[in-house]
Design a protein around this ligand. Structure first.
Ligand code: G6Q
Length: 549
């Protein structure tokens, strides 16, 4: 179902533009003062998640218009299209079924008349068998030792999910197990991991959907050689497995297809940690915990699919993002987990959001004139309070923040968690309230400054406030909660893609650079000349070659 008019020409968009003009004058401070029930009104409780979106520059009218914008985009139908396997990735003509990977109800999902749940369940069962065999020492290395070092070789979607989730679930790792990740083509990535592990106890997982990615294959070849040099060719069968959609290339690389864990074209790279790509997670935390993560994601899927939009966490997250990005003009988004284990969540979401929605062509093949993906960044609190928070509080650009905090830490030591929680709450409140110049002056006077000193400092010490944030409060970050959290962001991104009328599931924008790298490579290796480059690139090539001589 293609929309005839671009969304920015729609009636609701125009209404939002004019509504935004009046909302720009509103202060959240006042809105909270006038309405004692604001927090309750603009919060959603779902299982162990409390989502508070009251510290946003919105009122009922804003939400009404935004919700209508979603309806006008036929969001309800589009959600069903995704869950039921319609080919919504239109440029690649593929269904988008990461939701089937965690469909714990096991209801059939059909692609070309075939119930994909059968193959999904088979791979899950194979993952269970293998991860238990390794964890219990039944699958041993070539010299009879238990495999305790797990090295995932993959990049982008075949790396970031496992990196993020294994770190997030560190507390659930089996005793004695260690996880390493090699993604970058920089030889340092390989060297640093290989320096730490022992071939006899190391399992290499080559994770690549296509099995043609130059970084992953180069790294995998280096690791394979390292292993063969130490233990001989037959060791490969015990020490290497592959996660891929491409059995032919896996075999060509020299991994037995029996040691391959399959997934399929309907799983996008950045949506693949729920598939065989999650094998390193399952090895680290055990298959039961991996499946708990799937269950959490499934719970969020069900919430997203069946809850009215005004009480629907991913839908509200998406609409707020659109409100800021397209109307208020706040084009960045920070994600700040106040949980050390979640420190890679911002990097994970950076890919998920920006690779999915960083698009400039609509599904109607038109160049888009409105703003799509935000620039997403972040890091763990409280660390980031001591780095970029200066800009978030007093900079001239406004950055809506998502704060994520568990009520209970995995490491309850003294007052650590209370201090952590006090900080996240303080940030949200400070951003919202700010501090007027008058308040700053009075505070300075109270602190004993002279009138002159206070007058000099009062503006520097003031905070504009009226800066938005959402708070995601979980009871504890367990595998289930992690699944819920990540699925909520996936669906947020989906909703935004629907409203922006873009294909959130391709990534054509990464191709040009790859193509050009392939043409520059032979020049750097010294066996090609004369390719046409701009003068800057040409002289950089020359200089690198000279410096490497
Ligand atoms: C994600 C992207 C991309 C992909 C990597 C690795 O959605 O498609 O990040 O995951 O390029 O690709 P392979 O898994 O095919 O090696």
């Amino acid at each position: 179902m293609l929309l005839k008019k671009t969304v920015d020409k729609s009636r609701m968009w125009k209404k939002l533009v004019s509504h935004c003009k009046s909302m720009k004058k509103e202060e959240m401070r006042d809105m909270f003062e006038k309405d004692a029930a604001r927090a309750e009104k603009y919060s959603i409780n779902f299982e162990n998640l409390h989502f508070d979106y009251s510290k946003n520059r919105i009122n009922d009218k804003t939400l009404k218009y935004l919700l209508k914008l979603a309806e006008d985009a036929h969001l309800r139908d589009k959600i069903e299209d995704m869950f039921t396997g319609k080919r919504i990735n239109i440029t690649e003509n593929r269904p988008v079924l990461h939701t089937a990977l965690r469909n714990r109800a096991n209801t059939p999902v059909y692609v070309d008349g075939k119930n994909v749940m059968i193959q999904i369940n088979e791979v899950l069962a194979k993952m269970r068998r293998f991860s238990e065999d390794v964890r219990l020492g039944r699958h041993k290395g070539a010299t009879g030792k238990k495999l305790t070092n797990i090295v995932n070789i993959g990049i982008g979607g075949s790396d970031l999910g496992p990196v993020m989730a294994t770190a997030a679930l560190r507390k659930y790792w089996a005793k004695g197990i260690n996880c390493y990740f090699i993604s970058n083509i920089d030889g340092t990535a390989c060297a640093e991991v290989l320096n730490q592990v022992d071939p006899e106890t190391t399992l290499f997982i080559v994770a690549s959907k296509t099995f043609t990615t130059i970084e992953t294959l180069t790294n995998a070849r280096t690791c394979r050689k390292w292993l063969v040099d130490a233990l001989g060719e037959p060791a490969v069968a015990k020490h290497f497995v592959a996660l891929s959609t491409n059995a032919k290339e896996v075999e060509k690389f020299g991994i037995d297809v029996n040691n391959m864990f399959e997934f399929w074209d309907f799983v996008g790279g950045r949506y693949s940690m729920w598939s065989a790509i999650g094998l390193s997670i399952a090895l680290a935390v055990g298959m039961d915990n991996f499946e708990r993560m799937l269950e959490g994601a499934f719970a969020m899927d069900e919430h997203f699919r069946h809850t009215p939009f005004d009480k629907n966490i991913p839908v509200i997250m998406a609409l707020l993002g659109i409100w800021y990005n397209d109307f208020m003009g706040f084009k960045t988004q920070a994600v700040i987990p106040y949980d050390q284990y979640l420190r890679y969540v911002p990097a994970y979401l950076q890919q998920l959001d920006m690779e999915s929605n960083g698009k400039f062509v609509s599904n109607n093949q038109e160049f888009i004139k409105y703003s799509t993906s935000p620039v997403l960044f972040g890091g763990a609190g409280t660390d980031v309070q001591h780095s970029f928070f200066q800009m978030i509080h007093q900079g001239t650009s406004i950055v809506p923040c998502d704060f994520i905090i568990p009520a209970i830490s995995h490491n309850e030591i003294g007052d650590h968690h209370a201090i952590l929680a006090a900080n996240v709450l303080a940030q949200g409140e400070a951003l919202m309230r700010g501090k007027t110049v008058k308040e700053a002056y009075e505070e300075l006077r109270k602190a004993g400054k002279t009138k002159e000193e206070a007058n000099f400092l009062k503006k520097f010490k003031s905070f504009p406030g009226n800066r938005p944030s959402n708070t995601f409060l979980f009871k504890k970050i367990d595998p289930y909660a992690l699944g819920m959290l990540i699925a909520a962001y996936e669906h947020k991104i989906f909703v935004q893609g629907v409203i922006w009328n873009i294909d959130s599931f391709d990534q054509m924008g990464v191709e040009l650079g790859k193509q050009m790298a392939l043409s520059i490579l032979p020049e750097l290796l010294g066996n090609a000349h004369g390719l046409q480059h701009d003068s800057s690139t040409a002289s950089l090539i020359k200089l690198i070659k000279k410096l490497r001589k």
